[in-house]
Structure formats: C-alpha cells, structure tokens
Write a protein that binds this ligand. Structure first.
Ligand code: ATP
Ligand code: MG
Length: 574
C-alpha cells in the first residue's frame, strides 16, 4: 500500500481524553476514530490489525473443530423472554422497537439465538458434539465506556457455543477451547495467564478468564509463586488458618473511642494493629433483608464471595440511616455483640481474636471480644479479598502474588441454563429426550488488539508483534524526488509484494524526520530505509522496530532476506 494513496491520519499530539497508552496510540496512529462514547470507526490501519486478530482466532477455532456461523445483531425480545433475561439483563441491554412496536434488542451476547438455532436444527445425539462460533459486532450499553476499544459499547467479539449430550461432552469441548485460547493468545505474542473465574449467578462448575498482564488492566489477579494456582480476585480463595484464640482472655470491656470511626483511627487510638480489630459492615440482600458481614479490620470485603455465600444476585451497602436504625448507633461503632440480624463472618474471624469491635453505642468500642463467648455468628465463609503474601490455598508453601490484567477471553461451562428454559433437546441412543449441555467461549477482538499494544510499545509508539502487524514491513523513501531512490524503492516494494509480504510504502514527499517519527509511531516490525548514501554503497538499511538493530542489506539480496525475516518472526510467534 502506498502511503500517498492511503487514509492514515497520524496525530502528533496525544488526545486529552485517552487515559491508557493503547487508546492514545490507536488514536495517534490513525487506527480508530471516536464517533460517540464507546463507539468507533475502524480506519484502514485499525481494521487491518482487527482482521489479523480475527483470522488468528478463526484459524484456531476451525482447527479445534468449531464451525463458523453468523447470527443477527438485532434480536427479537421473545427469545430473551424465554430465558427470563429480557427482565433480568438490566441497562447494558439496548432495547428497541420496530415500526410495528415489536420489541428487539441489540445482541450483547448470543446464548438465546444460538440455542434457538440448535433446537430448530439438531434432533439426534448423532449430530453432536457441536461447537458453533461467530465473529460479530456486539452492543452493550456499558455504564463507563473507556480506554478506546478496550471497553467500548459497540465492539467485535468472537463468541462460540458448544452443545453436548452430557457433562463429559462439555468437559471435552471446554478443554479444547481452553487449549485453542492458549494457542490464540500465544500466537499474538502476548504475555497472558488463564485464571479461575467466578461463575456468578449462572453457577456451573468451571470458568476461566484469559488475562493479558498489564498495569492498566481493570482486573486484579492473584497467583501462587510456587504452584499453578491463579484466579481472578473475585474468585481467589483464602486458605483458612488454624484457630489461635482465646484462652484466658479478659472479660469484655467497653472503652471510649470518641470520634474514632475508621479502623485505622480506632487501632491507633487503642495502640493495636488494625488486624486486632474486627469490622462490621451492613448490607441489604435482594429480598430486602439486612446482613452483617464481619471481617478482620485490615481485610477487604469481597462482595462477590459474599453474594455467593448468601446465594443472592444483588447486594447493596446499607445507608447510614438504615444502619443507625438497626444498630442504634452511628456508622463507625458497629459490632456483632448483641446484634440480632444475620451475621456472616469471614473465616479469619474464626481463627483469631480476641477482637476490638464496635460497641453499637456512639463513641465506644469493646476490647477483648471473643467469638462464642461474647457473640455468635450465623455462618462462616471465605468473604475477603486475597492479598499479596497470603498463603496459597492449594499448595503447602506458596505465597500469593497480585497482578493487574486485561480480560481478553472467557470460557465457561453453562450447563443447561439456556437449553432447559428454551427446551433444546435431542434424542439419545435409547430414543429418550435429553436436554443439551452447553458451554460458551468469548474473545474480545478489539480488546485483544488494544491489550497487545499495552504490552508492546515504547515512548515513540507501537511495536507490533509480527502476527498482528497491520503491515509487516514499512519502506521509507528518504527522498522520493531522487530518481535512484524512488526506483530502487519501487523495485523492492514490487518484489516484496510479489512474495506475499504486506508492505506500507512511505512515498510521501515530506521531511525525513517526520517520516521516521511516523515509522516509530506506526510500529511495523521491519523498516527498510531507502536513502541515496546507502544506495551508492549498493545497499538498503533494514531496522527492527523492537530491538532497533540495524543491518545493511545488499540490494540484490534484500527482498529475500526480508521475506526470510518475516517468515521467521511469524513462525516464532505462531
Ligand atoms: P468485563 O468484565 O470486562 O465487562 P465480561 O465478563 O462482561 O467482561 P464476557 O461477557 O465474558 O465479558 O465477554 C467475552 C469477552 O468480550 C470478554 O472476555 C472481553 O474480551 C470482551 N468484552 C466484553 N465486554 C467488552 C467491551 N465492553 N468492550 C470490548 N470488549 C469487551
Ligand atoms: Mg461486562
């Protein structure tokens, strides 16, 4: 592609509203353009990277035996009513009406549509197993679209759905997808991890997220420094500790803590570490019932674990007024002693003590609060966030480490949640009707491209991994008005293209400095500079974007050498 005939609007300045580096670089390198919040144009350069990503996904999905289909983006509400999600999904679902006032939505995910397709086309166990996927535009009316393609409202997703007769079938399908995902992200040259993920209110036995490690990631991941255990913080388990309390603890004693509400203030005032205190939080479940969550003062509540422990879909913090009414004391002085509502305590409360706790009286706390003696709890559960340095829940001597990650893919065993409510069944070999067992598997296409840039850039611009690079080679003519330069460049351009290399040919009549700056910004893996001085010595200069390493290539050997380099880079990362 000739630069002078292309649409490649690079920007010198970093746009103000772009917070993360991948968003900044995608805007500056003319890949995308904002149309509305979370809605983007893909300009030619951006589209090329997206298509590369899609092709890697497609090849690996096909290799794993999945079959490509394409479902509509506009989905009739009646399908979503069958599963109850029309009511449940909330505001991320963009609902619309057609001219006859019939309800539709823009598909944010396609379990309903695919289940309808399969129930209408598959009758017998002989047609199984089946794994169908599509690469398609999704719409989710995200509350906070940001970071460019990383969290858009309209975005491209690969979503796959597997159908099997039984649990063993879905286990195999899941495993194949897990392996295919490993290959896909490895081929993109990404530093990633598969981590255990919460299965939320869908339940089900297994779910893994594929996380690209990056400081800007919205997810926190915990992993063991000794064994394979890694999980999203939403899910990461804490290892219960043996009980070390509380023989011969002095009796409960109320102490004045005037104006000390925060754990840090109470601990400092009483001269103890925050870990010697127990903090009480009040939450309201979806049925409107209040629950007290009790945690060690230095620990952080994990709302997802608490939801799972309570078996409720929604959980909200109680308001200050609700708390005062329940406890008879202002926020900051809450405790479990004498509390009449349901108390769920973290397992760390079970193993430690005696505790400093709120006295349910303004400006007062209790010292020497002992579990069993001074208060009881309804039940114990693991409801706190894992922290760096915690013992691994799986192996004996590992310690947990914390990372930030970008969730680029998600694999999930769905069970029969959709197939049961939509009656997607087949006849088994006994002629019995059986409900299909499903799995679902998503990859964010644009998000993965953005994540690749998060991991591959320097202060000058993008450093494309070869498999995702919009162009594999950039040829820069230092002075296109010099006939020798132009004709040598044209010839190399033609030869490389003939060999199937993807080349961007910078034939612009501009200052070399600005062309080199663009070359760094655009980040093609190999850059050939055609200048008169090197030409007089019979060579081109080849520079590798990542290492900056320069080599002089004799004219006659240049095309061959470059083709070899491209192939080697693809093979290494593929
Ligand atoms: P998140 O927790 O980041 O909102 P999710 O759990 O809602 O993600 P899934 O429903 O599992 O995401 O969707 C599958 C994949 O689609 C995700 O792993 C992610 O790569 C991508 N994805 C999800 N939401 C967005 C979005 N708003 N913009 C871009 N990609 C997205
Ligand atoms: Mg989401």
């Amino acid at each position: 592609m000739r630069y002078t005939e292309y649409l490649l609007p690079t920007l010198k300045e970093t746009p103000g509203d772009a917070e993360v580096i991948s968003h900044q670089l995608m805007l500056r390198s003319g890949m995308i353009r904002k149309v509305a919040a979370g809605i983007y144009d893909y300009l030619p350069m951006g589209l090329r990277a997206v298509r590369k990503m899609e092709n890697i996904i497609r090849e690996e999905m096909n290799r794993a035996g999945a079959i490509e289909v394409l479902m509509p983006m506009v989905v009739p509400a009646e399908l979503w009513e069958e599963t109850g999600r029309w009511q449940q999904y909330g505001k991320e679902l963009l609902r619309l009406k057609d001219r006859k006032e019939t309800d539709f939505c823009l598909g944010p995910t396609h379990e309903e549509v695919i289940t309808e397709m399969v129930r209408g086309t598959v009758r017998s166990y002989r047609q199984l197993p089946l794994n169908l996927y599509q690469i398609q535009t999704k719409f989710r009316d995200e509350i906070r679209p940001r970071f460019g393609l990383m969290r858009g409202r309209e975005f491209i997703m690969k979503d796959a759905y597997s159908f099997d007769l039984d649990q063993a079938g879905v286990d195999t399908a899941y495993d194949k997808m897990y392996q295919a995902y490993r290959r896909i992200f490895a081929r993109c040259g990404l530093n990633f991890r598969a981590v255990e993920a919460d299965t939320g209110n869908i339940g089900g036995s297994s779910s893994h997220e594929f996380m690209v490690l990056a400081e800007s990631g919205e997810d926190a991941i915990a992993s063991c420094n000794r064994c394979e255990y890694a999980a999203n913080i939403e899910k990461a388990e804490c290892r219960p500790q043996p009980r070390v309390c509380c023989d011969a603890a002095p009796p409960l004693e109320q102490v004045a803590t005037p104006g000390r509400k925060a754990i840090s203030e109470v601990a400092e005032f009483l001269g103890v570490p925050p870990s010697a205190t127990a903090k009480a939080l009040v939450l309201i479940t979806d049925s409107g019932a209040p629950v007290m969550a009790l945690l060690r003062g230095d620990h952080e509540l994990n709302p997802i674990k608490l939801k799972n422990a309570l078996g409720c879909a929604e959980l909200e913090m109680a308001t200050d007024e609700q708390i005062e009414k329940l406890a008879g004391a202002p926020v900051g002085y809450l405790g479990p002693v004498g509390m009449k509502i349901r108390i769920v305590a973290d397992v760390a409360i079970q193993s430690g003590g005696p505790w400093i706790t709120g006295a349910n009286v303004a400006d007062a706390h209790y010292r020497h609060t002992v579990l069993g003696r001074d208060f009881t709890v309804t039940h114990f559960a693991d409801i706190r966030n894992v922290e760096a340095g915690d013992p691994c829940p799986r192996c004996t001597d590992g310690l947990m480490e914390m990372w930030r990650g970008i969730e680029v893919g998600h694999v999930f065993k769905l069970g029969t949640k959709y197939s049961a409510s939509m009656r997607a069944t087949v006849l088994d070999d006994q002629g019995q009707e059986r409900i299909l067992v499903m799995g679902c598997y998503g990859i964010g296409v644009g998000r993965t491209v953005a994540a690749a840039i998060e991991q591959n850039h320097d202060d000058k611009g993008i450093i494309w991994p070869m498999p995702l690079a919009p162009f594999q080679v950039l040829i820069t003519l230092v002075n296109p008005k010099d006939d020798a330069v132009r004709s040598a460049g044209e010839q190399l351009y033609a030869e490389l293209q003939a060999q199937g290399v993807e080349v961007l040919f910078d034939d612009r009549d501009e200052r070399p400095g600005s062309k080199f700056a663009d070359a760094d910004l655009l980040g093609m893996p190999l850059r050939v500079t055609v200048g008169s001085r090197a030409l007089q010595e019979g060579s081109f200069e080849l520079q590798e974007r990542r290492s900056g390493e320069r080599t002089m290539l004799p004219l006659a050997e240049a095309a061959h050498a470059i083709v070899e380099r491209v192939r080697a880079a693809l093979a290494a990362e593929g």
